[in-house]
Design a protein around this ligand. Structure first.
Ligand code: B1M
Length: 215
């Protein structure tokens, strides 16, 4: 295995094995070696979180283990985030985006990643956080005259609220386009609830947002 492969493996194992300090150190090391932050995420820390998720399904990991894996992920992500958002130092904005994880849902890792990449390409992003009440999306979209409202959901029970938010936006007269994403969300689901776009990963999310504002 080459040097990059070794570094990515170190990050993967650190996150999967609850090693917070190891995740941080291995991420610093990987960046110093010039490895692309997106590769670090996809082949290191996110890959480990997904594996933690399947261990949870198989009953090999329980919630406390998942929580520590998520903390180890955050240790690594904190080092990467400035690299992802660095390109945002540009004068012109591509548009205003309100983003959040829907009500009842505490998963925000994917949403944070989408937000960082959107800022990185030059969107003005208003992050409402996680467990965001339906009306909060509507109020913020009106307040900032949003071009796009972006919603994330990781639970099959909470993804249902995305349709309610879209309906509430339309009822309030908002012209904002909508995009939905998150592990259980599919293109068919997005179409059924009347979303303007769907993205299966963060990079596609950025491409779709650019398309929605005609860039
Ligand atoms: Co939770 N959890 N969790 N969890 N958790 C999942 C989602 C689950 C699939 C695990 C499993 O059973 N295999 C399962 C959901 C089952 C379902 O409904 N389909 C689950 C469950 C059941 C739960 C609890 C109910 C467990 C319990 O309490 N018994 C509970 C729910 C709490 C709540 O929300 N009310 C819970 C809690 C948690 C933690 C708090 C411990 C933690 C979250 C920490 C945090 O986010 N701050 C956690 C974690 C870490 C996971 C897993 C392991 C990893 C999720 C993650 O961050 N992935 C997850 C297993 C899995 O997903 N396989 C699981 C990495 C992240 C980068 O991916 O978020 O998919 P993701 O984002 C991707 C794309 O989806 C896309 O881009 C990202 C990068 O490419 N994307 C968008 C996301 N949003 C987008 C928006 C866009 C565009 C693209 O445009 C707007």
């Amino acid at each position: 295995m080459n040097e990059s492969g070794e570094s990515l493996k170190k990050i993967y194992h650190a996150v999967l094995n609850f090693d917070l300090r190891g995740a941080k150190e291995a991420t610093k090391e990987a960046l110093e070696k010039g490895i692309d932050p997106l590769l670090i995420l996809n082949e290191g820390s996110i890959k480990a979180l997904r594996e933690a998720g399947s261990k949870f399904e198989k009953g090999e990991y329980f919630l406390p283990e998942i929580m520590v894996c998520a903390e180890a992920f955050q240790e690594s992500y904190r080092i990467l985030e400035p690299e992802l958002t660095r390109k945002s130092e540009r004068a012109d904005s591509l548009g205003r985006i309100v983003i959040g994880t829907v009500v009842g849902d505490m998963h925000d890792i994917g949403k944070n990643l989408v937000k960082a990449l959107l800022s990185g390409v030059g969107f003005e992003v208003y992050d409402l956080g996680r467990d965001v009440p339906i009306q909060k999306f509507v109020e913020k979209a009106k307040e900032v005259d949003a071009d796009i409202v972006a919603m994330s959901a990781l639970l099959t029970v909470t993804m249902q609220f995305m349709g309610t938010i879209i309906a509430a936006l339309r009822k309030a007269g908002s012209k904002a386009k909508t995009i939905v994403g998150g592990a259980p969300v599919t293109a068919d689901f997005a179409k059924n609830i009347g979303a303007d776009a769907f993205a299966g990963d963060a990079l596609l999310g950025v491409e779709e947002c650019k398309r929605l504002v005609g860039k």
